[in-house]
Design a binder for this molecule. Structure first.
Ligand SMILES: Nc1ncnc2c1ncn2[C@@H]1O[C@H](COP(=O)(O)OP(=O)(O)OP(=O)(O)O)[C@@H](O)[C@H]1O
Ligand SMILES: [Mg+2]
Length: 214
């Protein structure tokens, strides 16, 4: 089983939205996905509570269960899950740290603004400390539609610190509307641009993890 963790101390960057939609897109691509909510806020779990589909399976990992995260992931692998997606809390936290250490790929969502880019630095430092230089990537999220100097600038700024996942995700109402109706964007508006971007992001993450294993 492979594990992707969505991490950044910055609140509102898109950890939960990307966890949800990426879990759905990966499920549609044939993965057996467990989406785990490590954030006591419980947004991803609440999203999952309104779903009936078998995959992704959505569950909470309570703070007191966090030390058992490796065992929880091993049990999921034993049950036949092929991918775990971990949504974490937006603070320097045990959940974020444990999720990073368990991850084959840590995705750091960041909005293309100076404050957001600065706010990713502590997360990068932590990932480096854990020896994850090759196992993390930024995801630019909530970017203006079309070509934008801000997105290009943010991409080159982040590119100095690590790999940038492709594509950058655009700010689109589909993300908000999908989550509100307990769907991923690929379920909510399968032919929409948000769906297209999330499918491409899954393909990118899949390739990146395969390349790292090779
Ligand atoms: N690409 C996007 N387009 C439009 N809205 C988005 C996009 N990504 C996230 N949002 C919105 O931004 C807000 C914050 O997103 P989200 O809750 O996923 O961030 P988070 O990193 O999980 O936040 P927290 O740190 O509070 O857990 C939400 O209202 C969400 O709907
Ligand atoms: Mg969240």
């Amino acid at each position: 089983m492979r594990t992707i963790a969505l991490v950044t101390q910055k609140g509102g960057a898109g950890k939960t939205s990307i966890s949800a939609s990426l879990s759905v897109a990966a499920s549609e691509a044939g993965e057996k996905v467990a989406a785990l909510d490590l954030d006591p806020q419980g947004s991803l779990a609440a999203w999952g509570d309104g779903r009936t589909a078998d995959f992704p399976a959505v569950d909470r990992v309570k703070p007191e269960q966090l030390p058992n995260l490796p065992a929880i992931l091993q049990a999921l692998a034993g049950q036949g899950f092929t991918l775990a997606v971990l949504d974490t809390t937006g603070m320097a936290s045990t959940s974020g740290n444990l999720a990073m250490q368990a991850a084959d790929l840590a995705l750091i969502p960041a909005r293309p603004s100076r404050l957001d880019l600065q706010a990713t630095m502590p997360t990068i430092e932590t990932l480096m400390r854990f020896g994850m230089r090759d196992r993390f990537a930024f995801v630019l999220n909530q970017c203006a539609a079309g070509r934008s100097a801000r997105t290009t600038e943010a991409a080159s700024g982040l590119g100095m610190f690590g790999v940038l996942a492709e594509p950058a995700l655009t700010l689109r109402a589909d993300h908000q509307d999908a989550l509100a109706s307990h769907k991923g964007v690929t379920e909510y508006a399968p032919d929409g641009k948000a769906a297209d971007e999330i499918r491409q992001l899954w393909a990118w993450a899949d390739r990146k993890m395969k390349a790292n294993k090779a």
